[in-house]
Design a protein around this ligand. Structure first.
Ligand code: MN
Length: 229
């Protein structure tokens, strides 16, 4: 095919235990999926229908990567999250079948320009400027289900400069992994290669230029990044 411009290279993630790569398509994110985080942000922690936003694939930053601190913000926050990696796409996926669509899991950080997100909330505007920028979606290697099984519980933790900032358990998620996939598949056309960031526990806070950040989820793996000075 003769393309009139050169397309961007396919964004890929490593897969634990192999040299093969996982090609990233869309990145979906769940808002307010842990009660303690909903409370810290001033919201009702009761189980409401989950809501979603997206990031572009170019927002991915690999393990061991250096994050460029984004423009137009002085209050970028970390949100450590369990990431679902889909091997199969679809619409109207029943909750009882959703696990069959999962290739594996990863450790991700939903980096957020909190000041711009707050402004968007104030003015009832979309969240993109808060949630989307280069390196807004750091992500670890993917742990395949075939090795690690399905992840419905396990410690989730994030440290900045060796100080623990966020700690929780993925069993605290209000909407569980299968429910999130099912609901997303009703709203959107899911594709193989899609990633889903499933929400963050309490303890979100600012990062600074020069910080080193370590995020861990039991049985999934770890993600180490630094923030450029
Ligand atoms: Mn988040």
């Amino acid at each position: 095919m003769d393309l009139v411009i050169t397309p961007q290279e396919q964004k890929v993630l490593s897969v634990t235990g192999t040299d093969s790569k996982f090609p990233v398509q869309q990145i979906y994110c769940v808002g307010r999926n842990y009660a303690d985080h909903a409370i810290e942000m001033g919201h009702d922690p009761n189980r409401e229908t989950p809501f979603f936003f997206m990031k572009p694939a170019y927002a991915i930053l690999d393990d061991e990567g250096e994050m460029q601190y984004p423009n137009e913000s002085e209050d970028v926050h970390h949100e450590v999250e369990l990431v679902i990696a889909l091997k199969t796409g679809g619409n109207n996926i029943p909750v009882t079948e959703a696990n069959d669509y999962i290739y594996g899991y990863a450790v991700g950080i939903d980096m957020t320009r909190r000041d711009l997100q707050a402004e968007a909330k104030d003015k009832s505007r979309p969240w993109e400027c808060g949630k989307t920028f280069l390196h807004a979606a750091p992500c670890s290697a993917i742990a395949p289900v075939s090795n690690s099984g399905h992840i419905d519980e396990g410690m989730i933790q994030l440290s900045v400069n060796d100080e623990v900032r966020q700690q929780g358990n993925v069993d605290q998620m209000i909407w569980k992994v299968a429910e999130v996939i099912s609901r997303l598949s009703i709203l959107f056309h899911l594709q193989p290669g899609d990633l889903i960031y499933t929400g963050t526990p309490a303890g979100v806070g600012p990062i600074q230029r020069g910080d080193t950040i370590r995020a861990v989820i039991e049985r999934v793996g770890e993600l180490n990044i630094s923030v450029a000075k």
